[in-house]
Design a protein around this ligand. Sequence first.
Ligand code: D5M
Ligand code: FE
Ligand code: ZN
Length: 560
Amino acid sequence: MPLEGPAKIVDELTSMGFNAEREAVTKIASADRPAAVLEQVIETMPDDALVVRTGHVESVLSSEEPLTEPTSSEGKRGSTDAGPSDANPPDTGPSDADPSDTDPSDVGPSADHSDGGRGSDDEHPSVSTGTTPPMGGDTGDTSPVETKGSGAGRSSDPALRSLEITGDMTGESTGTGEYEDFVAVFRDRLERLGSKLKGRVNHRPATAIQSMPGGSEVGMVGLVNDIRSTASGHWLIELEDATGTFPWLVMKDREYADLVQELLCDEALAMEGTLSDDAGIAFVDSMYFPDVPRTHEPSTADRHVQAALISDVHVGSEEFMADAWSAFTDWLHTQEAQHVEYLLIAGDMVEGVGVYPNQDEELDVVDIYEQYEAFSERLKSVPGNIEVVMIPGNHDAVRLAEPQPGFDEDLREIMSAHDSRIVSNPSTVTLEGVSVLMYHGVSLDEVIAELPEEKASYDEPHKAMYQLLKKRHVAPQFGGHTRLAPEEKDHLVIEEVPDIFHTGHVHKLGFGKYHNVLAINSGCWQAQTDFQASVNIDPDAGYAPIVDLDTLDVTVQKFS
Ligand code: D5M
Ligand code: FE
Ligand code: ZN
């Protein structure tokens, strides 16, 4: 067996139905005789093991037994022909559906993504409609064309990959739930977003403004404390900073009146204006959001590599779309998907229990742990050589208040078969230089409810995401749908501009660019629930948006 490096080792292991810890692969690759070590590792794997762990490789490396040269590529899990289906339960593995039966047009991009919010925005990114290069066409890859099995087409060297996580607050929760923590988290928000605004206005503390004479030109940076309309149809916005509050009046016929509709309580703003004669109020002349600079230039990967961005799998729900999921994971094993090396899942892995009233009437699996077991089985049909990153959502078994820490040890153990990175909601994952801010998206319900239809709607969820980017905060408004966990630091501030912003939750697919940031709301893998039918939510289920990390172009693959 010619072994050339980690990529080959991963391919070899996945072809035998094993996933492997990254460290384990590295250890094998750096051994004196990697092929012999790999053979020994496979020979000595426990029968029921699905994952080659670092400890196991270490014990092989340190064993006294002389290592024999491998004589064939057959491990005890069977030949490479068997594919990973060995490790999959009969009803979930890619073995069920032969992708060669599938008409490529069935899994092609949605034909209607020019409407319904799929990239229909003016600033939408270029959308490929199925221009995937011919199989193996552009890589000089000489590996045999395979349409299913090990994902062997994904033969790029894992050493070319890079994946860094920032902003994962798992294990770093400081909040005690005391009042002081709420004070601290808002103070941190004001300091960090305020520092982005202070250069734009000649700002003064609220208390200083309170003692300035009528007619003065004033500026202030603060959090929106209250938004009221006056009897004459003007708008009164109360801004709060560390010293106190001050009322700002936006006249209904001013150009800024339109922007008032975009405001949410607790977001950071800068205002500039003129004090009234009695100095009791300031008339707004200009208003600034922390925003993403228009000049933002996103980073891109140095090679052609892709990431699949999905969310809202909802395993355990009667409406979980098992066939669509299998079609997706089958596709990941095909040559067409050979460049998909990363899979990001933005929350709601499982349906959960007790999330919404009467939810139990639509549960297929009623035990939360069994739901994660079932999810883990579904994850096993994702090729082992794809890097998976996941954050929790509001249906997952972690605290509801945001930021939500990554899953606890018990759940990690259940999901350990695929060596996924499990991080907090939100977190930023940087893939080969391209930063992706992952956030589940509960605040989108609120943005959509509060803002006018043309600024944010379920049909164009990416526009609601633009608002979060503009406010540089993933969940600005406190006290509504979104529960906020008080922490010393506001983990929900968008400190650095991401290259990609990925959310889910609203079960609608939509994407577009805001000041060069690609915003993608992935759809879901759950058909319409009774509740959703009752409120006319028509989910986009069974779609996988695929992003080219070298160009940030998006292709939508449809599996339902
Ligand atoms: O929520 C999916 C979408 O549906 C999201 O926009 C919230 C909305 N939803 C679903 N069920 C309910 C109930 N019972 N009340 C209010 N809003 C709801 P997800 O949380 O991902 O299921
Ligand atoms: Fe969901
Ligand atoms: Zn959700």
